[in-house]
Design a protein around this ligand. Structure first.
Ligand SMILES: [Zn+2]
Length: 91
């Protein structure tokens, strides 16, 4: 079942596409490929209810650190502001 025929934001046409979605839960991030309806005009992405439920499951797992089923994709890093200042001093 399609949730929308037209984009609810701008009324543009929607196409089914495979998109990359980034999910955050706790300190973790997961990247996944999902089907979405993408607006050709404004780029708005619409997900089916099942997909949204699936996102919630993954977020919960990330929050609980249940990441053993997921494949590691390198690490995520936080860059602090002072790093920028240091690299500016050098130039
Ligand atoms: Zn749109």
């Amino acid at each position: 079942m399609k949730p929308f025929d037209k984009c609810p934001i701008c009324g543009g046409e929607l196409v089914k596409k495979e998109v990359e979605k980034l999910l955050r839960g706790g300190r973790h991030t997961a990247m996944l490929q999902v089907q979405a309806e993408v607006c050709l005009h404004c780029g708005e992405r619409l997900y089916s209810q099942d997909t949204v439920r699936y996102f919630e499951e993954i977020r919960k797992k990330l929050n609980r650190q249940e990441t053993s089923e997921f494949q590691p994709l390198g690490q995520s890093f936080k860059v602090e502001g002072k790093w920028l200042n240091k690299s500016l001093e050098r130039t």
